[in-house]
Design a protein around this ligand. Structure first.
Ligand code: ADP
Length: 256
């Protein structure tokens, strides 16, 4: 079943030479329960694309259809409810530094009006899921990068999301910690049937947990398909370049 359908999505920004399209007429869909990866060079439009999915960025034109409903057609209240079911995890964790780990995880439930006692009980369960129950009373500043990202994942889970968008979620982490976070994402994908859309500049992140991959180049789809097939027989220069280095940013700095 299609969880997310994107049709003719366009998003442009004002640049030094007038409007430039960060995302240029993109159409694709993501199946329910899938881990879907988006990879491309720095500036390819990955972040803009993923931010359009939950309307953090308002598309200029095109459709975002979730569970068969076009987000454009939803009334404000319904749209807010839908957006609450789309969690997001960022490279820099976006934790509230003045709050304890537990209170960070309680935050989305506070916004949703969940009673404090129930919220705390659920938050502890989510912290248990990510293996951080013993850090409930700690402050984010005392945690490692991997632990901070676990808190961010627990906080995303607290909104009982159906979709989680990951924007370079492991890019600030060392390889070993990256592996443990990817395993955790795969586990919550399977245990909670959460559809995951993940953007990254690292090939191995895609190889590790994604079912399908979309290769983005200058705001357009260069390739899309099953990870193994796509990486084994790259058809475009964009993907061949990525395969050469494994990291799109390395390539960009070497060629620019
Ligand atoms: P990626 O995530 O692949 O690195 P982005 O989506 O961040 O790519 O950026 C795509 C293009 O859109 C880039 O040229 C970038 O400079 C531009 N862009 C992104 N966000 C903005 C913004 N808020 N204002 C102006 N230009 C932007």
């Amino acid at each position: 079943m299609e969880k997310i359908k994107v049709e003719h999505l366009v998003k442009a920004f004002d640049g030094p030479e007038g409007k430039t399209r960060a995302v240029s007429d993109i159409s694709f869909s993501v199946e329910e329960g899938e881990v879907f990866g988006v990879i491309g060079l720095s500036g390819a439009g990955k972040s803009t694309l993923v931010r359009c999915l939950n309307l953090l960025e308002k598309p200029d034109s095109g459709e975002i259809i979730i569970d068969g409903d076009n987000l454009k057609d939803l009334k404000e209240k319904e749209l807010t409810k839908r957006r609450q079911k789309i969690g997001m995890i960022f490279q820099n964790y976006n934790l509230l530094m003045q709050r304890t780990v537990l209170d960070n995880v309680c935050f989305p439930m506070e916004i949703a009006g969940v009673k404090k006692k129930i919220a705390r009980k659920k938050a502890l369960e989510y912290l248990n899921t990510v293996g951080l129950k013993e850090k409930a009373k700690a402050y984010p500043a005392t945690l490692s990068g991997g632990q901070k990202q676990r808190v961010a994942i627990a906080r995303a889970l607290a909104a009982e999301p159906e979709i989680i968008l990951c924007d370079e979620a492991t890019s600030a982490l060392d390889p070993e910690t990256t592996d443990t976070i990817l395993k955790l994402l795969k586990q919550i994908n399977e245990d909670f049937n959460i559809t995951i859309v993940l953007i990254t500049h690292e090939m191995r992140v895609i190889e590790e947990i994604c079912d399908r991959v979309l290769v983005l180049e200058e705001g357009k789809i260069a390739e899309i398909g099953e990870v193994k097939e796509t990486f084994e027989s790259p058809k475009t220069v964009a993907l061949k370049r990525l395969l050469l280095t494994g990291q799109s940013d390395v390539l960009l700095s070497e060629t620019s």
